[in-house]
Design a protein around this ligand. Structure first.
Ligand SMILES: Cc1ncc(COP(=O)(O)O)c(C=O)c1O
Length: 366
C-alpha cells in the first residue's frame, strides 16, 4: 500500500521503456513530476522558463512553485502546439548570451529551461527547439502528460528532451486515478528526483534530511493499476484514433469547421478531439454550439484560457499570443473517451449537424 514496492518499480520500468529512457521516477501526479523536473535541472527562484501559452495551467504553476517565472510562447496555427519559430526568435533576439548566461533582455532574468507542452495528443515540432536549446545550454523538459502513446518523428514523446513528464489523472489516456511520472536518461537527475520526491531522506533509519523534500511518491497500489493500464495503452490509442477518424469523416464538410490534423512528422493519439468553429461560416460560435449540445445532453468543453491571459500569472511586458487567443475562441473538445460507443458518437455527430444547420437556416445562410 505504501510508496515502496514492486509495482512502483514495475510501473516505472514500463513507462521508461515506452518513452525510450533509462530511468523513470513515479510521482503522485503530473504537476509534481513537472515541479521536480524543474528543480533537478537547476531552475532557481527568479529564473525564467519558456512554456506554452495554450495549455492547462499546471506547467506554469510548477514554474512558480520553483520560484521562477513563466515566459509564455504562442501556439502555431496549424497543429496548435508551442510555436518553435517564436521560441527560436525569442532566444536569438529577445535574449543576450555571454557564453554562459542567457538573459531575457527585457527583464534581465536568467532563462534556464524550455518547457514545451504537447497538447491534445499531438507533438510540438521539437527539432528547432532542441537545436536552439543546445546552442544556449538549456534543458528541454517535455510536458508529455497529454502525449503518452504519441510520437515525434518516430520517437515517443517524453523521451526526446532531457526530461519528460506524464500524468495519469482521470482524463488521461491511461489513468491511475491520480499519478505522474518523470523520465530521463540522466542518472544523477533520476536519483535526485527520487530523493526529492521521497522527503529527501539522507538516512532513512535515523530520519536525517539533507534538504527540503516533498511527499510526491506514487503509492504501490496505484502503481499496480498503472501496470495494468500500460498493458492497454496501445488499444486505447487505437480507440482514440478510430474515434478521430469517424469524426473526421462525419464533420469534414460542415461549413466553418476545422478539424485537427496530424503533421506528417507526427503520430497523434488525438487524445482530446478538438475542433475549431469559425462563426462567420458555421453561423454558430463555439460557445453557442456548446450550449446547443448541452441541451442535447452532449458535454463539450472549450480549451483552456491561454495562460498569457490568466489572472494568476504576471504578464507585464509579456509577448502577445494572438494565435492562442483565436484558438481559444474557436475551439471545442468533443466527447472522445476510449469507451465512447459508436451509437453515442453518432448522437454527438447528429447533434452538431442540427446545431449548425438550424443556425445556418436562421441566419439565412443555408
Ligand atoms: C498539459 C498538462 N500538464 C500537466 C497536467 C497535470 O497533471 P496532474 O493533473 O496529474 O497533476 C495536466 C493534466 O492534468 C496537463 O493536461
Amino acid at each position: 500500500m505504501s510508496s515502496v514496492g514492486s509495482y512502483v518499480d514495475r510501473f516505472e520500468k514500463l513507462v521508461a521503456e515506452r518513452a525510450g529512457t533509462k530511468y523513470a521516477v513515479a510521482t503522485v501526479n503530473g504537476t509534481a513530476a513537472l515541479h521536480i523536473a524543474l528543480l533537478v535541472v537547476g531552475v532557481q527562484p527568479e529564473d525564467e522558463v519558456l512554456v506554452s501559452a495554450l495549455t492547462f495551467i499546471a506547467p506554469a504553476n510548477a514554474i512558480r512553485y520553483a520560484g521562477a517565472w513563466p515566459v509564455f510562447m504562442d501556439a502555431e496555427p496549424r497543429y496548435w502546439q508551442m510555436d518553435s519559430d517564436q521560441v527560436v526568435d525569442f532566444l536569438e533576439h529577445g535574449c543576450s548570451w555571454d557564453g554562459g548566461v542567457l538573459r531575457n533582455r527585457r527583464t534581465g532574468r536568467h532563462v534556464k529551461a524550455i518547457l514545451p507542452v504537447h497538447i491534445l495528443g499531438h507533438p510540438v515540432d521539437l527539432d528547432p527547439i532542441l537545436a536552439v536549446a543546445e546552442k544556449y545550454e538549456l534543458p528541454v523538459i517535455e510536458d508529455a502528460t497529454e502525449g503518452l502513446g504519441a510520437k515525434y518523428r518516430g520517437h515517443s514523446l517524453g523521451g526526446i528532451g532531457q526530461i519528460g513528464c506524464f500524468s495519469f489523472n482521470g482524463n488521461k489516456i491511461i489513468t491511475t486515478g491520480g499519478g505522474g511520472m518523470l523520465v530521463t536518461d540522466n542518472e544523477a537527475w533520476a536519483a535526485r528526483a527520487k530523493y526529492l520526491t521521497t522527503q529527501a531522506k539522507d538516512d532513512p533509519i535515523e530520519y536525517i534530511h539533507g534538504t527540503i523534500g516533498y511527499n510526491y511518491r506514487l503509492t504501490n497500489l496505484l502503481a499496480a493499476m498503472g501496470c495494468a493500464q500500460m498493458e492497454q495503452l496501445d488499444a486505447f490509442v487505437a480507440a482514440k484514433r478510430q474515434i478521430a477518424a469517424r469524426y473526421q469523416e462525419a464533420l469534414a464538410r460542415l461549413p466553418g469547421f476545422r478539424l485537427p490534423e496530424a503533421a506528417d512528422w507526427a503520430f497523434s493519439t488525438f487524445w482530446m478531439y478538438t475542433v475549431l468553429v469559425d462563426e462567420t461560416k458555421a453561423g454558430i460560435d463555439s460557445r453557442q454550439l456548446l450550449k446547443h449540445l448541452a441541451v442535447q445532453r452532449v458535454q463539450t468543453r472549450p480549451l483552456w484560457q491561454p495562460l498569457h491571459r490568466s489572472p494568476v500569472h504576471d504578464h507585464r511586458g509579456g509577448i502577445p499570443c494572438p494565435v492562442s487567443d483565436e484558438l481559444y475562441r474557436q475551439a471545442l473538445s468533443l466527447p472522445c473517451s476510449v469507451g465512447l460507443s459508436q451509437t453515442d458518437q453518432n448522437i454527438v455527430i447528429g447533434a452538431i449537424r442540427t446545431g449548425v444547420t438550424e443556425r445556418v437556416g436562421q441566419n439565412g445562410k443555408g
